[in-house]
Design a protein around this ligand. Structure first.
Ligand code: T1G
Length: 698
């Protein structure tokens, strides 16, 4: 039964029971309405408590239902607003007992109740803006009446949830310090005695007197990107202040209906499910169970290794951090400790937690220390010989069930696995820098990686708070292989007279968090040079601009040398264009024009964006066709979580689909006319899907 009813001495406790997260699909809405109506008619019931169990009060409306119109449809009666109105207007007091997630429509349901009691583990929020929509079941009207207009708009625009204590501090709920349901029953009983049914819908939502008449306009002006959803959120909250409740609800509903069909909301809802789909390993037998990972060794105490060790410690694992000598190890430990001390200083962590985490961090300089670990993550120098030496020793010292992982970003994992006696236990765990911040983790399956090892690596990525994506073995796996083609086009644009900051500007205006040149200055242009040299050594003869190597020849490696394609403020690392680079680029373009007989032409934003982004999608289609990625949406998950691709555009593959693959091919053929035309080779899968009128992300 989606709603369980238990009457306890005059109080009806309704428990939502719709696994996995009590999302309000049609069945749950119908059942809750019926259960509420039923208990309202029982004379022995004087009040009602509504709860969802200990992990999920409710994750909100059923996204699948309104994203794709399945499961009965979001507009099927009773709609979620219908159910919330039943709660709001109920004849007897209704108290929400909230533990765990209470998000979106789940919080809106709780706001329809007359009181709210929350457990410490409560996570209350309105994340709709992250799906390109807005709270469409009264949240923009009731939350301002519950906690004030400013606090409400902050929560709605950020989509960030608050925990139980913060919710209590905001006045959103009463914090339960004992048994949540019992506390809620007591509140319900008291409300019945008092005859108190405080309905938020009867209150007014007012701005503080000092807010100023243009307060809402200032919120609009303060938006980082004036996308439809945040703009609509501000309008809906304005309606809560300026209109009577019922008219405000109508305004909210109209804004919701407009948003739910926008390209941004389609892309964001696609991205939500794409991330969850990425966790699935196609063809994996349900009998395969991930192994328990409790003790991890991280080899290499440099930036990456120390970052990975931090991630593992944060996830509650026992960690041994190794490096060649004590100096290297202690440098790594110092970096980790510094990070925790900064968190304590900022009040994000207390001293006891800091000490607990550092207590899980151990050190060694001899690989023999890996004898009893469940998993080794090698994050040593990106050199095949170095890695093979380490794996040769690990193969001897580690236990028979230990999993051996490499954090290599480009090297051939199979060549590493081949020097061990256990290739089935070797997997790639490609973290992105800085490891404690970047959510993406490419889980690289070698030719012989055992299904159980792969499943364990994917389960570990979830435990580490990462978004795991399975990748096959090729140079650069998914993300870096595609970014090479993106960069290739960016450099060709410089060959044709576009300046680096102009390329970055076009892509950043389009939505990329950082343009390709700023990105390479961050990653290190010398790293880019090493990758290019590595690909050439592997026989990649495809032409490449000589411009990036000219930059490297000047020692302009990027932020780490204070100069790259830009110059950087030593204190703030703020970037500034550099006339020296502009002059170098112009001279370079002149040489290319003479060599290739190019006539100068203006290349605008549209062409810059198209050439760079379609190069991404094209290489994505190529590797998808080779089976390096399991599905196109996995490729999008890589770009949304590792390369600053804007989520409201869905990812490079979703973006290509949204243009239409026939149009993509036509655009590519158009490029064949230009200087870099010789380098375009539309991927076979792209041809195939385009000619069949299909999509990459279907
Ligand atoms: N609708 C449908 N399915 C959902 C869902 C939802 N709201 N939330 C989660 N799922 C599925 C998910 O796809 C996965 O399915 C399974 O549940 C476990 O999720 C009117 C319109 C709640 C914090 O944005 O943030 O309310 O892959 O793997 O890591 O104003 O899910 O197993 O088949 O993520 O423990 C607003 C979205 C909706 C919350 C749990 N609500 N969900 O995280 O598990 S719009 C949200 C989450 C709305 C109203 C509007 C997380 C979670 P499968 P999971 P988790």
């Amino acid at each position: 039964m989606p709603v369980h009813i238990d009457i306890r001495d005059g109080v009806a406790v309704l428990t939502l029971n719709r696994p996995p997260v009590n999302s309000f699909d049609l069945a749950l809405r119908r059942d809750l309405r019926a259960a509420l109506a039923m208990v309202m008619t029982k004379p022995e019931v004087e009040a009602v408590v509504l709860t969802g169990g200990t992990r999920h009060f409710s994750a909100g409306a059923d996204i699948e239902e309104f994203a794709s119109g399945t499961r009965g449809g979001a507009t099927a009666v009773p709609t979620l607003p219908d159910v919330i109105t039943d709660l709001d207007q109920a004849a007897k007091p209704v108290v929400a007992a909230i533990a765990g997630t209470c998000l979106g429509g789940g919080l809106e349901v709780a706001l329809g109740c007359h009181h709210r009691v929350v457990a410490a583990n409560g996570t209350l929020g309105l994340p709709e803006v992250k799906l390109g929509i807005l709270p469409g079941a009264g949240g923009t009207q009731r939350l301002p009446r519950a906690i004030g207009v400013k606090a409400a708009l902050d929560m709605i625009l950020s989509g960030t949830p608050v925990n139980g204590a913060k919710a209590a501090k905001l006045g959103l709920a009463t914090l339960s310090t004992g048994d949540l349901v019992e506390d809620a029953v007591a509140v319900a009983r008291q409300a019945a005695r008092d005859g108190a049914k405080p309905r938020l819908s009867l209150l007014r939502a007012e701005l503080p007197a000092d807010a100023g008449a243009d307060w809402f306009q200032r919120q609009i002006d303060g938006l980082k990107r004036p996308l439809p959803a945040p703009l609509a959120c501000i309008e809906a909250v304005r309606a809560a202040v300026e209109l009577p409740f019922s008219q405000g609800l109508q305004r909210e509903f109209n804004l919701f209906r407009e948003l739910v069909v926008t390209p941004e909301s389609k892309a964001l809802q696609y991205a939500f499910f794409a991330e969850r789909r990425a966790a699935r390993i196609d063809g994996l037998s349900p009998d395969v169970q991930p192994r328990a990972i409790e003790r991890v060794a991280v080899i290499g105490a440099g930036t990456m290794g120390a970052g990975i060790a931090t991630v593992a410690v944060n996830a509650g694992l026992e960690v041994i951090l190794l490096d060649r000598d004590e100096t290297g190890v202690q440098k790594g430990v110092a970096g980790i400790t510094k990070g925790y001390d900064a968190a304590v200083a900022k009040g994000r962590m207390d001293g006891a937690e800091r000490d607990r985490r550092l207590g899980r961090l151990h050190t060694a300089t001899d690989l023999a220390a890996c004898a009893a670990v469940d998993l080794v993550i090698e994050a040593a120098f990106e050199d095949m010989g170095v890695k093979q030496d380490i794996f040769r020793t690990l193969d001897k010292v580690c236990g028979p069930d230990a999993i051996l992982a490499s954090n290599t970003s480009t090297l051939d994992l199979d060549a590493i696995a081949a020097i061990t006696s256990r290739p089935q236990s070797v997997v790639g765990l490609h973290f992105f820098s800085p490891a404690p911040v970047m959510r993406l983790l490419e889980v690289v399956r070698g030719a012989e990686t055992a299904p159980e090892v792969l499943a364990t690596a994917m389960a570990l990525s979830r435990k580490l708070g990462k978004v795991g994506v399975v990748a096959g073995v090729c140079n650069g796996f998914i993300g870096n292989r595609m970014v090479e083609e993106y960069l290739r086009q960016a450099y060709f644009l410089v060959d044709e007279g576009v300046l680096p900051w102009q390329v970055d500007g076009a892509l950043e205006r389009w939505g990329m968090a950082m343009g390709p040149f700023a990105m390479m200055d961050l990653a290190g242009n010398d790293i880019g040079r090493a990758i290019r040299a590595g690909r050439k050594a592997l026989g990649d003869e495809r032409p490449y601009s000589t411009f990036p190597d000219k930059i490297c020849a000047l020692g302009r490696f990027g932020q780490k040398t204070g100069k790259g394609y830009y110059q950087y403020d030593p204190a703030t690392r703020a970037r500034e264009t550099d006339p020296e680079v502009d002059a170098l680029a112009q001279a370079h373009a002149k040489e290319v024009a003479q060599e290739f007989g190019l006539s100068p032409r203006v290349i605008g934003d549209e062409e810059i964006v198209a050439r760079c982004l379609l190069a991404l999608a094209n290489e994505g289609a190529a590797l998808l066709g080779e089976g390096i990625a399991q599905r196109a949406s996995d490729i999008d998950v890589v770009y949304l979580n590792g390369y600053g691709f804007p989520a409201h555009k869905g990812g490079p593959m979703f973006h290509a689909d949204s243009l239409g693959l026939e149009n993509v091919l036509r655009l590519m053929e158009g490029f064949l006319e230009g200087y870099q035309g010789q380098f375009w080779k539309p991927a076979p899968l792209l041809w195939e899907k385009a000619s069949a009128g299909g999509r990459l992300t279907a």
